[in-house]
Every structure is written in structure tokens, then in C-alpha cells.
Design a protein around this ligand. Structure first.
Ligand code: ATP
Ligand code: LTN
Length: 332
């Protein structure tokens, strides 16, 4: 039996990128691996590394949890919880900072990108955030962590931190492996296919959210930046905008990019774009309907309470042992 864990920050409106790269893959894994254990959380402590508005943060935290369920996460088989409700995350996060080099954090592209943009007023927690992410994972001895491509580097650092701790104190933390999807690990912005589709960037036209209505989705996909070649081919280097749409189509239909291409032989992109828009609008429409069902069922709090209780016990035990290994406190 393996333990599979992942998390999403409630830092903005969930996007099609989050759905394709992370949420839908988690659901697939759960269907494919009936013998495994699943831990899934809303990473609200991560969200506040960037300033958040109080009421909005609270709402988004619930929304992310509800969207996981709407996407088909089985609450019977998933320990679903809110990160900040288990204080061991923050505590182990601090401990792991003591085993993380400044140089390692400085090499993280997410941090480098923000500092390069000349952003001032970045919090020190934004800088040290990969140590908290490592804590989220190894606190539960997770074996696998399904994430999108952008998190690969953070996972590598997590592995290094876990291995470093183990070298020093003896085998204690499981060294986790990332699970990055073959198709859809990096959905790009529809207006700028060199940039990741992102919930915290303000690129309204280039980003499809899970709350967009059908007309908005159709418009965004029809006006997605492509090229002047006019033939549907999967060529990420020379036709990046089109390749992104093919990837979206492939991920949502379960076809390979080559199979998608073979469905659209005619010249021009309009028929393909229309079909792609329909597919996205259908998928998101279904998600929205189920999201409403989750909210109106009134079961969310009970599920999150149970998740908190189960995860809390595991986290408490592991953290206590980690502190003893280090020599903190009086217990041995
Ligand atoms: P931000 O866009 O604000 O940096 P984020 O969406 O990357 O945030 P999370 O909410 O924590 O940050 O991401 C949740 C999951 O969604 C992660 O596994 C991440 O890799 C994945 N993900 C995010 N954006 C994309 C994307 N454009 N394509 C594929 N996967 C994505
Ligand atoms: N850092 C991730 C969110 C995240 C996460 C995690 C993902 C926080 N803790 C643990 C997987 C496992 C992000 O920004 N996308």
C-alpha cells in the first residue's frame, strides 16, 4: 500500500491548468489504485506567503475543497483537510528550514521569477516556502506526490531535505517521488503560450477559470493566440499556442495529441477551436453542476472535520518523533 498526497493553494480562482495538471490526475489515480491511501489538502498556509484578503481567503479555501469533491475525489477514500487546521505543518516547516540551505532556496525558479520581476515586499515566508512544502509531504511519509510540471523543482528539494535528515538521524522520513502527467503537466496561457496559465497572474483572457460560463470559455478559446500556418499539427516549438489547445483537448478527451490532430485534417483552425471550446465548456459545466451539488449537500464540513482528525493523528506522532530525533525537549 502506498500513500499519495497533494495540495492546492487557495490563492486565486482555480484554473483549467489546475484541473488538468493536478485535480483530474488525482481523481484518475484514485480510480486506478484502489489499494492506496490518498491525502489531499488545501494549502492555505502557502497562500498567505502573498497577501490575501481575509474573507476571500476563507471562501476560496472552502471552494478548493468543494471543487476537489466536484471533480470526483471519493471522500470515503481521501483524507481531505485544510492545512492550517493541523499545526504540525507549520512546526515541521520551521524544523525543516533548519535543514535547508539559503542557496537551495535562492535557486528555486518560482522565487527567482518573482524577484526578477522586481517585485518588492516579498515576505520571508515566500522565500522559505519550499521547506513548508517539504513538511506537508514528509509529515505523512507520502510515497507519491502528483503535481504539475512547475512543482518538480520543489519536489526535488523535498527529496533532498528528507534524505539529508535521514543521513543525519537514520532512516526516518519516506523520500517521496513526484508524479507528473505525460499530457497536460503545463497548460499555457491562451494569450501568451510561453507563460504558464496561472490563477494569480492577472491575465483574464488567457486564463480559463473553473467558474467561467460557456460563452466566456468559447470566446477565450476562439481568440486564443495561434499562428499563421493554418494546419493542425502538434508542434510545441513552432506552433506553441495551437499545441497548447491540442494538449487541452487531449487531456480532456483521453486521446493522445496525435489522435487529436488526426481528427482535424481540414485547413484552418476554426473547426478545431470550436470542438476544443465545446469540450472544455462541457467539462467545466459538469464540474460546476457537481460543485453546486457538493455545496448544497451540506456535507463539506463533516468531511473536512474527519480529514482534520485523521491527518492530525498521523501528523502529531510523526512530528513528536522528529523532535526527539533532533533532541528537542525532554522526551527521548
Ligand atoms: P499560481 O498560478 O498562483 O502560481 P498554482 O496554480 O501553480 O498557483 P497551486 O494552486 O498550488 O499553484 O497549484 C496546484 C496544482 O496545480 C499544482 O500541482 C500545480 O503544479 C498545478 N498547476 C498549476 N498551474 C498549472 C498549469 N498551468 N498547468 C498544469 N498544472 C498546473
Ligand atoms: N507548492 C504547491 C502547493 C503545495 C503542494 C504541497 C503540492 C503546497 N504543499 C504539497 C503538493 C504537495 C504549489 O504552489 N503549487
Amino acid at each position: 500500500m502506498k500513500r499519495i498526497l497533494s495540495g492546492i493553494k487557495p490563492s486565486g480562482t482555480l484554473t483549467l491548468g489546475n484541473y488538468i495538471g493536478a485535480i483530474s490526475k488525482f481523481v484518475e489515480l484514485q480510480k486506478k489504485r484502489p489499494e492506496d491511501e490518498f491525502y489531499l489538502f488545501v494549502a492555505d498556509l502557502h497562500a498567505i506567503t502573498i497577501p490575501q484578503e481575509t474573507a476571500l481567503l476563507r471562501k476560496r479555501t472552502r471552494d478548493v475543497a468543494a471543487m476537489y469533491l466536484a471533480a470526483g475525489i471519493d471522500p470515503e477514500r481521501t483524507v481531505l483537510f485544510i492545512q492550517s487546521e493541523i499545526k504540525e505543518h507549520a512546526e515541521l516547516g520551521y524544523l525543516l528550514q533548519c535543514f535547508t540551505y539559503i542557496g537551495e532556496l535562492e535557486r528555486m525558479t518560482q522565487f527567482k521569477d518573482k524577484s526578477k520581476k522586481g517585485e518588492t515586499g516579498l515576505s520571508s515566508a515566500f522565500f522559505s516556502y519550499p521547506a513548508l512544502m517539504a513538511a506537508d509531504i514528509i509529515l505523512y511519509d507520502a510515497d507519491y506526490v502528483p503535481v504539475g510540471e512547475d512543482q518538480k523543482q520543489h519536489l526535488e528539494l523535498t527529496r533532498d531535505i528528507a534524505a539529508r535528515f535521514n543521513n543525519r538521524f537514520g532512516a526516518f522520513f519516506t523520500v517521496p517521488e513526484p508524479l507528473i502527467p505525460e499530457v497536460g503537466a503545463r497548460i499555457m496561457d491562451l494569450q501568451d503560450p510561453t507563460k504558464k496559465m496561472s490563477k494569480s497572474e492577472d491575465s483574464d483572457k488567457g486564463c480559463i477559470t473553473l467558474y467561467d460560463d460557456r460563452a466566456t470559455i468559447m470566446k477565450k478559446i476562439r481568440s486564443a493566440v495561434t499562428d499563421s500556418v493554418g494546419i493542425v499539427r502538434f508542434d510545441p516549438e513552432n506552433q506553441p499556442g495551437l499545441a497548447n489547445l491540442i494538449t487541452i483537448y487531449a487531456a480532456l478527451s483521453g486521446l493522445s495529441p496525435a489522435e487529436v490532430v488526426s481528427k482535424f485534417p481540414g485547413p484552418g483552425y476554426a473547426p478545431f477551436k470550436d470542438a476544443c471550446a465545446d469540450l472544455v465548456a462541457d467539462a467545466i459545466g459538469t464540474l460546476q453542476k457537481r460543485y453546486e451539488d457538493v455545496i448544497s449537500s451540506g456535507t463539506l464540513d463533516a468531511i473536512l472535520d474527519r480529514g482534520r482528525d485523521v491527518a492530525g493523528k498521523v501528523a502529531f506522532k510523526k512530528l513528536e518523533k522528529a523532535k526527539q530525533k533532533i533532541g528537542l525537549g525532554r522526551k527521548r
